[in-house]
Write a protein of this length. Structure first.
Length: 95
């Protein structure tokens, strides 16, 4: 084992997997039917129900954005704490 092979990464393997029973048109047709059913359900709702449904979607989006920002903040705090601990360890070892 030479130094050159130590730094080289192994090549990734390529797999060509084609599903045997995949029907693309059937999949598109099912997605279209699902979307049309959802649109019809929204049309069938009265004004109050529809507004409640739309506001619920907005609330879910806001909640997800808040959770993501909290997770990002926690991650940044963890990185900062680890960085401070490493600096203290290096200071104690070199001092």
């Amino acid at each position: 084992m030479g130094i050159r092979s130590f730094f080289q990464l192994p090549k990734h393997e390529n797999f060509k997997y084609n599903p045997i029973y995949y029907d693309e048109e059937k999949d598109k047709r099912e997605q279209r039917i699902k979307r049309i059913k959802q649109e019809l359900e929204l049309e069938g709702m009265e004004g109050d129900e529809r507004a409640a449904h739309i506001s619920n979607i907005r609330g879910q989006m806001r909640r997800n954005l808040r959770l993501k920002s909290r997770e990002k903040r926690k991650s940044n705090i963890r990185v900062l704490v680890i960085f401070i601990i490493l600096i203290l360890l290096f200071y104690l070892l070199l001092h």
